[in-house]
Design a protein. Structure first.
Lengths: 152, 159
Protein backbone atom coordinates (compact mmCIF):
# COMPACT_ATOMS: atom_id res chain seq x y z
CA UNK A 1 0.00 0.00 0.00
CA UNK A 2 1.33 3.45 -0.81
CA UNK A 3 1.73 5.97 2.02
CA UNK A 4 -1.17 8.14 0.83
CA UNK A 5 -3.64 5.24 0.97
CA UNK A 6 -2.24 4.28 4.37
CA UNK A 7 -2.83 7.81 5.71
CA UNK A 8 -6.37 7.67 4.35
CA UNK A 9 -7.00 4.45 6.26
CA UNK A 10 -5.50 5.96 9.43
CA UNK A 11 -7.85 8.94 9.14
CA UNK A 12 -10.79 6.56 8.70
CA UNK A 13 -9.71 4.68 11.84
CA UNK A 14 -9.39 7.96 13.72
CA UNK A 15 -12.83 9.14 12.56
CA UNK A 16 -14.53 5.83 13.41
CA UNK A 17 -12.98 5.81 16.88
CA UNK A 18 -14.04 9.41 17.48
CA UNK A 19 -17.64 8.58 16.49
CA UNK A 20 -17.54 5.59 18.86
CA UNK A 21 -16.33 7.84 21.67
CA UNK A 22 -18.98 10.48 21.00
CA UNK A 23 -21.73 7.85 21.03
CA UNK A 24 -20.41 6.41 24.29
CA UNK A 25 -20.20 9.83 25.91
CA UNK A 26 -23.71 10.79 24.80
CA UNK A 27 -25.05 7.63 26.43
CA UNK A 28 -23.26 8.12 29.75
CA UNK A 29 -25.69 8.77 32.58
CA UNK A 30 -28.82 8.40 30.43
CA UNK A 31 -31.86 7.67 32.55
CA UNK A 32 -34.02 4.87 31.14
CA UNK A 33 -37.32 3.78 32.62
CA UNK A 34 -37.01 0.92 35.08
CA UNK A 35 -38.27 -2.64 34.78
CA UNK A 36 -40.93 -2.13 37.46
CA UNK A 37 -39.70 -5.19 39.38
CA UNK A 38 -39.63 -4.97 43.15
CA UNK A 39 -36.22 -5.37 44.79
CA UNK A 40 -35.72 -6.09 48.48
CA UNK A 41 -32.46 -5.36 50.33
CA UNK A 42 -31.76 -9.11 50.58
CA UNK A 43 -31.98 -9.45 46.79
CA UNK A 44 -28.82 -7.37 46.40
CA UNK A 45 -27.26 -8.68 49.63
CA UNK A 46 -27.63 -5.29 51.25
CA UNK A 47 -27.31 -5.02 55.01
CA UNK A 48 -28.73 -1.50 54.78
CA UNK A 49 -32.50 -0.98 54.81
CA UNK A 50 -33.90 0.73 51.74
CA UNK A 51 -35.21 4.29 51.93
CA UNK A 52 -38.88 4.95 52.67
CA UNK A 53 -38.98 7.54 49.86
CA UNK A 54 -36.49 6.15 47.34
CA UNK A 55 -33.28 4.13 47.07
CA UNK A 56 -30.30 4.56 44.77
CA UNK A 57 -28.85 1.10 44.17
CA UNK A 58 -25.41 1.50 42.64
CA UNK A 59 -23.67 -1.52 41.09
CA UNK A 60 -19.87 -1.27 41.19
CA UNK A 61 -16.82 -3.46 40.97
CA UNK A 62 -13.54 -2.90 42.73
CA UNK A 63 -12.03 -2.18 39.32
CA UNK A 64 -14.06 0.76 38.13
CA UNK A 65 -12.62 4.19 37.53
CA UNK A 66 -15.92 6.09 37.80
CA UNK A 67 -17.54 4.18 40.66
CA UNK A 68 -15.95 6.13 43.55
CA UNK A 69 -17.00 9.47 42.04
CA UNK A 70 -20.50 8.12 41.40
CA UNK A 71 -20.69 6.90 44.99
CA UNK A 72 -19.77 10.36 46.28
CA UNK A 73 -22.33 12.02 44.03
CA UNK A 74 -25.16 9.65 44.97
CA UNK A 75 -24.35 9.83 48.69
CA UNK A 76 -24.48 13.63 48.45
CA UNK A 77 -27.84 13.48 46.65
CA UNK A 78 -29.25 11.01 49.20
CA UNK A 79 -28.07 13.12 52.13
CA UNK A 80 -29.97 16.13 50.84
CA UNK A 81 -33.24 14.27 50.57
CA UNK A 82 -34.99 12.79 53.59
CA UNK A 83 -36.02 9.19 53.10
CA UNK A 84 -33.59 8.57 50.24
CA UNK A 85 -30.88 5.97 50.80
CA UNK A 86 -27.81 5.08 48.71
CA UNK A 87 -26.68 1.45 48.57
CA UNK A 88 -23.47 0.41 46.82
CA UNK A 89 -23.47 -3.21 45.64
CA UNK A 90 -20.01 -4.60 44.87
CA UNK A 91 -20.34 -7.12 42.03
CA UNK A 92 -16.68 -8.15 42.17
CA UNK A 93 -17.51 -11.41 43.93
CA UNK A 94 -21.16 -11.56 42.94
CA UNK A 95 -21.37 -12.48 39.26
CA UNK A 96 -24.86 -13.86 40.02
CA UNK A 97 -26.14 -10.37 40.86
CA UNK A 98 -24.46 -8.87 37.78
CA UNK A 99 -26.22 -11.47 35.64
CA UNK A 100 -29.59 -11.21 37.40
CA UNK A 101 -29.73 -7.44 36.91
CA UNK A 102 -28.03 -7.60 33.48
CA UNK A 103 -25.32 -5.13 34.47
CA UNK A 104 -23.30 -4.41 31.32
CA UNK A 105 -21.28 -1.51 32.62
CA UNK A 106 -20.19 -0.09 35.94
CA UNK A 107 -21.43 2.03 37.50
CA UNK A 108 -25.08 1.18 36.80
CA UNK A 109 -27.64 2.70 39.13
CA UNK A 110 -31.20 1.53 39.75
CA UNK A 111 -33.56 4.09 41.23
CA UNK A 112 -36.22 2.45 43.39
CA UNK A 113 -39.32 4.10 44.80
CA UNK A 114 -40.37 3.70 48.43
CA UNK A 115 -41.90 0.30 47.77
CA UNK A 116 -38.70 -1.02 46.17
CA UNK A 117 -40.03 -0.88 42.63
CA UNK A 118 -37.37 -0.18 39.98
CA UNK A 119 -38.47 3.12 38.46
CA UNK A 120 -35.35 4.07 36.53
CA UNK A 121 -32.02 2.69 35.42
CA UNK A 122 -28.94 4.82 34.82
CA UNK A 123 -26.05 3.39 32.80
CA UNK A 124 -22.60 4.83 33.43
CA UNK A 125 -21.61 7.83 35.51
CA UNK A 126 -24.83 9.70 36.34
CA UNK A 127 -25.30 13.44 36.42
CA UNK A 128 -26.79 15.13 39.40
CA UNK A 129 -29.60 17.01 37.61
CA UNK A 130 -31.07 13.87 36.03
CA UNK A 131 -30.93 11.91 39.30
CA UNK A 132 -32.64 14.79 41.11
CA UNK A 133 -35.32 15.10 38.41
CA UNK A 134 -36.03 11.37 38.63
CA UNK A 135 -36.26 11.50 42.43
CA UNK A 136 -38.60 14.49 42.12
CA UNK A 137 -40.82 12.54 39.73
CA UNK A 138 -40.90 9.59 42.14
CA UNK A 139 -41.73 11.88 45.07
CA UNK A 140 -44.57 13.50 43.14
CA UNK A 141 -46.18 10.31 42.04
CA UNK A 142 -45.22 7.11 43.74
CA UNK A 143 -47.91 4.93 42.21
CA UNK A 144 -47.62 5.53 38.48
CA UNK A 145 -44.74 3.91 36.62
CA UNK A 146 -42.16 6.33 35.33
CA UNK A 147 -42.22 6.36 31.56
CA UNK A 148 -40.56 9.61 30.57
CA UNK A 149 -36.83 10.11 30.31
CA UNK A 150 -36.08 13.36 32.11
CA UNK A 151 -33.27 15.48 30.72
CA UNK A 152 -30.20 13.91 29.20
CA UNK B 1 -13.97 -1.91 49.59
CA UNK B 2 -13.43 1.76 50.34
CA UNK B 3 -11.15 0.91 53.23
CA UNK B 4 -8.40 -0.85 51.26
CA UNK B 5 -5.47 1.55 50.97
CA UNK B 6 -4.28 1.41 47.39
CA UNK B 7 -2.05 3.75 45.42
CA UNK B 8 -3.87 6.77 44.11
CA UNK B 9 -3.11 8.73 40.97
CA UNK B 10 -3.90 12.01 39.31
CA UNK B 11 -6.44 10.70 36.74
CA UNK B 12 -4.88 12.91 34.05
CA UNK B 13 -1.62 10.91 34.27
CA UNK B 14 -2.91 7.69 32.68
CA UNK B 15 -4.74 9.72 30.02
CA UNK B 16 -1.53 11.58 29.17
CA UNK B 17 0.21 8.21 28.83
CA UNK B 18 -2.65 6.84 26.73
CA UNK B 19 -2.29 9.80 24.34
CA UNK B 20 1.39 8.98 23.74
CA UNK B 21 0.59 5.27 23.43
CA UNK B 22 -2.22 5.99 20.93
CA UNK B 23 0.14 8.08 18.77
CA UNK B 24 2.79 5.36 18.75
CA UNK B 25 0.17 2.69 17.99
CA UNK B 26 -1.07 4.75 15.05
CA UNK B 27 2.54 4.86 13.80
CA UNK B 28 2.71 1.06 14.07
CA UNK B 29 -0.49 0.74 12.01
CA UNK B 30 0.99 3.11 9.41
CA UNK B 31 4.29 1.19 9.20
CA UNK B 32 2.39 -2.06 8.91
CA UNK B 33 0.15 -0.68 6.14
CA UNK B 34 3.04 0.58 3.99
CA UNK B 35 4.76 -2.77 4.35
CA UNK B 36 7.56 -1.74 6.72
CA UNK B 37 6.97 -4.95 8.67
CA UNK B 38 10.28 -5.02 10.51
CA UNK B 39 9.95 -1.46 11.79
CA UNK B 40 6.33 -2.14 12.78
CA UNK B 41 7.30 -5.26 14.76
CA UNK B 42 10.18 -3.46 16.50
CA UNK B 43 7.95 -0.54 17.52
CA UNK B 44 5.18 -2.88 18.68
CA UNK B 45 7.73 -4.84 20.72
CA UNK B 46 8.77 -1.62 22.46
CA UNK B 47 5.12 -0.83 23.23
CA UNK B 48 4.54 -4.37 24.50
CA UNK B 49 7.48 -3.93 26.88
CA UNK B 50 6.01 -0.62 28.11
CA UNK B 51 2.60 -2.25 28.67
CA UNK B 52 4.32 -5.04 30.62
CA UNK B 53 6.08 -2.43 32.72
CA UNK B 54 2.81 -0.67 33.51
CA UNK B 55 0.95 -3.90 34.21
CA UNK B 56 3.64 -5.32 36.52
CA UNK B 57 4.95 -2.20 38.27
CA UNK B 58 1.61 -0.38 38.37
CA UNK B 59 0.28 2.50 36.29
CA UNK B 60 1.89 4.99 38.70
CA UNK B 61 5.39 3.70 37.95
CA UNK B 62 5.02 3.61 34.18
CA UNK B 63 7.65 5.74 32.39
CA UNK B 64 4.92 7.99 30.91
CA UNK B 65 3.51 8.47 34.39
CA UNK B 66 6.96 9.56 35.59
CA UNK B 67 7.17 11.99 32.65
CA UNK B 68 3.74 13.31 33.56
CA UNK B 69 4.66 13.86 37.21
CA UNK B 70 7.92 15.54 36.33
CA UNK B 71 7.01 17.77 33.39
CA UNK B 72 3.25 18.02 32.93
CA UNK B 73 1.62 18.01 36.35
CA UNK B 74 3.62 21.01 37.65
CA UNK B 75 2.10 23.07 34.83
CA UNK B 76 -1.48 22.02 35.57
CA UNK B 77 -3.89 22.99 38.31
CA UNK B 78 -3.93 20.48 41.17
CA UNK B 79 -6.24 17.52 40.49
CA UNK B 80 -9.80 17.87 41.75
CA UNK B 81 -9.65 14.27 42.93
CA UNK B 82 -7.32 11.30 42.85
CA UNK B 83 -8.29 7.92 41.47
CA UNK B 84 -7.43 4.35 42.30
CA UNK B 85 -4.38 3.06 40.39
CA UNK B 86 -5.98 -0.39 39.90
CA UNK B 87 -8.14 0.37 36.81
CA UNK B 88 -5.34 1.97 34.73
CA UNK B 89 -2.98 -0.81 35.83
CA UNK B 90 -5.49 -3.44 34.67
CA UNK B 91 -5.84 -1.49 31.42
CA UNK B 92 -2.08 -1.82 30.93
CA UNK B 93 -2.55 -5.57 31.27
CA UNK B 94 -5.28 -5.55 28.62
CA UNK B 95 -2.96 -3.56 26.33
CA UNK B 96 -0.19 -6.06 27.03
CA UNK B 97 -2.42 -9.00 26.08
CA UNK B 98 -3.50 -7.40 22.78
CA UNK B 99 -0.04 -6.22 21.69
CA UNK B 100 1.58 -9.49 22.78
CA UNK B 101 -0.78 -11.51 20.56
CA UNK B 102 0.03 -9.17 17.66
CA UNK B 103 3.75 -9.41 18.34
CA UNK B 104 3.79 -13.23 18.58
CA UNK B 105 1.73 -13.62 15.40
CA UNK B 106 3.94 -11.03 13.67
CA UNK B 107 7.10 -12.91 14.63
CA UNK B 108 5.44 -16.18 13.60
CA UNK B 109 5.03 -14.82 10.08
CA UNK B 110 1.61 -13.15 10.10
CA UNK B 111 2.62 -9.53 9.42
CA UNK B 112 -1.00 -8.31 9.16
CA UNK B 113 -1.57 -9.27 12.80
CA UNK B 114 0.83 -6.52 13.88
CA UNK B 115 -1.27 -3.80 12.27
CA UNK B 116 -4.58 -5.29 13.41
CA UNK B 117 -3.45 -5.66 17.03
CA UNK B 118 -2.04 -2.12 16.97
CA UNK B 119 -5.31 -0.78 15.55
CA UNK B 120 -7.34 -2.55 18.25
CA UNK B 121 -5.08 -1.23 21.00
CA UNK B 122 -5.22 2.22 19.39
CA UNK B 123 -9.02 2.32 19.69
CA UNK B 124 -8.82 1.61 23.43
CA UNK B 125 -5.94 4.03 24.07
CA UNK B 126 -7.56 6.82 22.04
CA UNK B 127 -10.94 6.43 23.78
CA UNK B 128 -9.13 6.49 27.11
CA UNK B 129 -7.08 9.58 26.26
CA UNK B 130 -9.81 11.64 24.60
CA UNK B 131 -13.05 10.46 26.23
CA UNK B 132 -11.80 9.09 29.56
CA UNK B 133 -13.31 5.72 28.61
CA UNK B 134 -12.06 2.81 30.72
CA UNK B 135 -12.05 -0.33 28.58
CA UNK B 136 -10.33 -2.26 31.36
CA UNK B 137 -13.26 -1.57 33.69
CA UNK B 138 -15.65 -2.91 31.07
CA UNK B 139 -13.60 -6.04 30.40
CA UNK B 140 -13.21 -6.64 34.13
CA UNK B 141 -17.00 -6.66 34.61
CA UNK B 142 -17.46 -9.04 31.67
CA UNK B 143 -14.77 -11.38 33.03
CA UNK B 144 -16.55 -11.37 36.40
CA UNK B 145 -19.88 -12.09 34.70
CA UNK B 146 -18.49 -14.95 32.63
CA UNK B 147 -16.99 -16.42 35.79
CA UNK B 148 -13.39 -16.02 34.64
CA UNK B 149 -12.55 -13.87 37.66
CA UNK B 150 -13.58 -14.19 41.31
CA UNK B 151 -15.56 -17.41 41.10
CA UNK B 152 -17.69 -18.21 44.10
CA UNK B 153 -19.96 -15.80 45.90
CA UNK B 154 -18.14 -14.35 48.86
CA UNK B 155 -20.00 -12.00 51.11
CA UNK B 156 -20.01 -8.51 49.76
CA UNK B 157 -19.56 -5.36 51.73
CA UNK B 158 -21.80 -2.42 51.33
CA UNK B 159 -20.56 1.06 51.99
Amino acid sequence: MNPLEAIGLLLALLAATTVLGLIWRARQGLVASGSGDVIMPADVASSIAFGPAATLVQFSTELCARCPGTRRLLIAVAEQRPGVVHVDVDLTHRADLANRYSVLQTPTTLILDGSGRVRARVGGAPNRADISATLDAIAQNTSRPLTTTPGS
Amino acid sequence: MATTPRPRLDPRGPRFGAAITASVLLTVVFLSLIGASVAAVVLLAALTALFAWGALAGAGRHPYSVLFKKFVRPRLAPPTELEDAAPPTFAQGVGLAVTLVGLILGLAGVPDAVGIAAAAAFVAAFLNAVFDYCLGCQIYLLLVRFGVLNRGGRTLENV
